[in-house]
Design a protein. Sequence first.
Length: 283
Amino acid sequence: MKGRVVIVTGASRGIGGAIAVRAAEDGASVALLAKTDRPNPKIAGTLAETAEAVERAGGRALAVACDVRDADAVAAAIQGVAEAFGSIDVVVNNAGALDLRPTAKLPPKSLRKLLEINVEAPFAVVQAALPYLLRSDHAHIVNVSPPLNLEPAWVGAHVGHTVGKYAESLLTLGWSAEFAAVPIAVNSLWPSTTVASTGMMVAMGEDAVRAQARSPQIMADAAHALVTRPAATCTGHFYTDEEILAEEGIHDLTAYRLAARDEDLTPNFYLPNIPLPQIRTPR
């Protein structure tokens, strides 16, 4: 990826930070978009820390404090990236919101936040970056979103969250068709098991997450393998991290495991062939 320019949203920590550093290790220039530019005593990681890690890894970093819910701020940020680095080749829409409350308990403002971060933000980022992606010979868009599993139990378990993430996956499906002739590759990437991401640790607690999870590095390595594939021949897919790494010949995933045993790993939401969630009936 030497000479290529990568934009990663939600890049101050977790999966986004790991993806940014992995791209830097391969020589990329990386633009880091995130809302967090000041230390949070409850959550480790800031834009500045990720930028330092990118540069230590051998890449160029541009840290941009940006609320991805603000389309005007996104447009300005993307323009700044293009001016600083001269081009844009890869967009990774990693920023996400997690809220699993059922319909009766999900406030309208919380649903709005889910839609703003999980749907409107990726759209705004890609729309702003599109003029530059059209000029790239290696254009890729990666949405961190699940396969479109229409099993009613998955949708019904947490409707608000699922609607937002599935809408992001519909962006993958639509953009892969819309941009196929360019070509711009558009794919979704989703963890096969729980990953120790910031959102999960905030929701469940760090110790509880680590006991059932893998490191964000597995998503970083999978994303790197994905965006280095030819854009014309790799688009419109809903990959898991395990699937991509298996295609790269990597089958031993022990190095990514934070849980004590493979048996302790928790399969991620929305994937086929795993136990369906129980729908909570309102009382």
